[in-house]
Design a binder for this molecule. Structure first.
Ligand code: CO8
Length: 258
């Protein structure tokens, strides 16, 4: 496995684990972090031995935002011409299911990185927020769109316009996180969940994720059409035959594509 400067990357069974590793900067997301995460996760995405990816940080911080010190002196033209954080779109477009396991600060780009994942598991210490207005800017890695879809337009407006933080319980009530667990259990819960997901047939995982993404991006009619087609296509996989035969024979499925 490649050595990286700002992340730790390893595979555990069928799961790829990325741990953000800039402790002195509370895992602030600079362009190196982006390049390294995109590099390892796109490689895992093309590897059929990987069925799920977990992204996590430290106990104190998932990520405290985009790296303010890296961006501070840039001009608008530079931000535009270098497409400063454009690589994140490749991470958001992975076909493999991705879980964010969030402990501590998930602010600004950190909250936006979590929202690029499919599932957000939160430690009870997690703190979410979009504090960009405090810096004289607005979210730039997706929050004006993804937070609206996650928590609704009015809650998203309060958070983005005020820049206030919210704790894990409020984030769960708002629908941003799927589950809050004691901080000491976060990695064990992420392990159990990612192992469970990675044990399924890959074609069904890819299809389910693509259909869930379609729900965010298309009309109901379009999304339902997409789902029907993806559902039908899975009947041409050996794993559909095996999954249904195993049900009838009252045993666990032995999927080939996993
Ligand atoms: N960028 C760079 N360095 C950071 C960041 C950050 N986002 N957050 C923390 N750090 C650094 C601090 O500067 C400090 O370094 P040093 O010791 O060298 O001074 C170290 O991490 C520890 O931080 P603190 O001393 O501040 O720790 P506290 O426990 O006192 O406070 C907080 C923790 C509340 C998280 C505080 O650090 C903070 O407010 N951080 C900034 C949060 C923030 O504003 N995030 C949003 C950033 S903007 C953004 O994400 C926009 C994304 C869109 C980009 C799109 C580009 C195209």
């Amino acid at each position: 496995m490649t050595e990286y400067e700002t992340i730790l990357a390893e595979t555990r069974g069928r799961v790829g684990w990325v741990t953000l590793n800039r402790p002195k900067a509370l895992n602030a997301l600079n362009t190196t972090v982006m390049r390294e995460i995109v590099d390892v996760t796109t490689r895992w995405d093309a590897d059929d031995r990987i069925g799920a990816i977990v992204v996590t940080g430290s106990e104190r911080a998932f990520a405290a935002g985009a790296d303010i010190k890296e961006m501070e002196e840039k001009s608008g033209l530079e931000m535009l011409m270098t497409d400063h954080f454009g690589g994140w779109a490749r991470f958001a477009a992975l076909r493999t299911p991705v879980i964010a396991a969030v402990s501590g600060y998930a602010l600004g780009g950190g909250c936006e990185l979590a929202m690029m994942c499919d599932i957000i598991l939160a430690a009870d210490t997690a703190v979410f927020g979009q504090p960009e207005v405090n810096l004289g800017v607005i979210p730039g890695m997706g929050a004006t769109q993804r937070l609206v879809r996650a928590v609704g337009p009015y809650k998203a407006a309060e958070l983005i316009l005020s820049g206030r933080n919210m704790g894990a319980d409020e984030a769960e009530r708002a629908g941003l996180v799927s589950r809050v667990v004691p901080a000491s259990d976060l990695l064990a819960e992420a392990t159990a969940l990612s192992d469970q997901i990675a044990s399924k047939s890959l074609p069904s995982l890819y299809a389910a994720k693509a259909a869930l993404d379609a729900a965010q991006e298309t009309s109901l009619a379009e999304g339902l059409r997409f789902e029907r087609q993806a559902f039908a296509a899975l009947f041409d996989t050996v794993d559909q035959k095996e999954g249904m035969r195993a049900f009838r024979e009252k045993r666990s499925a032995e999927f080939q594509n996993r």
